[in-house]
Design a protein around this ligand. Structure first.
Ligand SMILES: Cc1ncc(COP(=O)(O)O)c(C=O)c1O
Length: 398
């Protein structure tokens, strides 16, 4: 038995609820059930053709060898130029590391920056991996709750109350997974004013920046004076429908990026060489690709409007209008503790199971994101599936 003793830091690791839900959906489908999934966090579009062509070209040119840790210099230069244009601040290739998805970028940032006893402020509802990654780095997650009364956006007062001398990092994620909330410039400014008086670092996870239905307020455009304390995280997964290619990046002060690359040099070294050459096309300015990215965002917006309209017709469900990403995060407390067609649910987790069992629709319960009373639906699926899924949702309640 002792042979299988796992490291102590694993004792608190929670496996991913979304992955668990996807596994259940696969199992039910294998049994012949027609399950509609609203649980997947990825675009249903295919990777744009010019990006795929670049990968084929790279293969044919035998770009199949190791690359420098943190990515080929051409890609880091292209990403630095993109960041410079986005943020309105000058970034060089040395301030960028390309990672195996934004997820690895975040993991490496926590590893490079956190010690035991440090606190990381992660506003709830949160993307689950922030919590687990902070814990794996020895830090303690602090999770002030920003519910639907503030549009799922942390207020300056809440941030102020959560800050302590031990706060090492504050994580901002706009547009947000799971809520789709997008912070306004004024809201970011209010947070910046609080942070100026602290020594905390800021991680701004901008992975959904191209999927914003309102003018996107970027953290460093609003608070450029905090650039020397900010780590930008982004990637190709959502903007370019490239989830499987595993391309993300971190950018920030050079000493932090060098530390991140040093860890990378002993772990993954770099993401796949072919993916890097594909991403080089994604990050090279192109009117055609810009249009493709905008078209995908427009399609998501149409689906958001559809899902909101259909959810509004379900008694007991209220939903804040999300301004970005491809998630809605309805409040389902009105459906709890009262008789539904097939029984009573006391928690959103039970309701989530109820929906899977009786309506064959897969969502993710708010509990997974630190927000009981809500469920998350990803609308990165066809309009026909959204319509049928919402019909089933409504019908199974009675
Ligand atoms: C908020 C957020 N950040 C980061 C990621 C990581 O994306 P990837 O590792 O595919 O770049 C995701 C993926 O779901 C996400 O939702």
């Amino acid at each position: 038995m002792s042979t299988y003793r796992l490291a102590r830091r694993l004792a608190q690791l929670e496996p991913s609820a979304t992955t668990a839900m996807n596994a259940r959906v696969q199992q039910m489908r294998a049994e012949g059930l027609k399950v509609i999934s609203f649980s997947v966090g990825e675009p249903d579009f295919n990777t744009p053709a010019p990006i795929k062509a670049a990968a084929v070209d790279a293969l044919n040119k035998n770009y199949t060898h190791y690359t420098p840790a943190g990515g080929i210099v051409e890609l880091r230069k292209a990403v630095a130029a993109r960041i410079t244009a986005d943020q309105g601040l000058s970034y060089t290739a040395n301030q960028v590391s390309v990672t195996t998805g934004a997820k690895e970028g975040l993991y490496l940032a926590f590893q490079a920056l956190c010690d035991e006893g440090d606190e990381v402020i992660i506003p709830a509802p949160y993307w689950v991996s922030y919590i687990e990654q902070a814990k794996l780095a020895g830090a303690t997650p602090i999770t002030p709750f920003a519910g639907d009364t503030t549009g799922f956006r942390l207020t300056a007062e809440q941030l102020q109350a959560a800050l302590t001398p031990r706060t090492r990092i504050v994580v901002l994620n706009s547009p947000s997974n799971p809520t789709g909330a997008v912070y306004s410039a004024a809201e970011l400014r209010a947070l910046a004013d609080v942070l100026l008086a602290s020594e905390a670092l800021i991680i701004t996870d901008e992975i959904y920046d191209t999927i914003s239905y309102v003018a996107y307020a970027r953290w460093l455009r609003v608070a450029p004076e905090l650039a020397d304390r900010t780590i930008i995280v982004n990637g190709a997964s959502k903007a370019y429908a490239m989830t499987g290619w595993r391309v993300g990046y971190v950018a920030g002060p050079q000493p932090i990026i060098t530390a991140i690359k040093d860890i990378q040099s002993h772990t993954s070294t770099h993401t796949a060489s072919i993916s890097q050459y594909a991403a080089l096309v994604a990050y090279t300015p192109s009117a055609e690709l810009d249009q493709t990215v905008q078209d995908m965002a427009a399609a998501f917006r149409k689906r958001r409007d559809l899902v909101l309209e259909l959810l509004a017709a379900i008694p007991g469900v209220t939903c804040t209008v999300p301004d970005g990403a491809f998630y809605v995060f309805p409040n389902v407390t009105g459906l709890l503790n009262r008789p539904l067609k097939h029984g009573i649910c006391t928690t959103s987790d039970e309701l989530n199971n109820y929906l899977l069992e009786h309506a064959h629709i897969a969502c993710v319960s708010g509990e997974a994101f630190g927000a009981p009373g809500y469920i998350r639906l990803s609308y990165a699926t066809s309009e026909a599936e959204i319509t049928e899924g919402m019909r089933r949702f409504r019908d199974c309640l009675g």
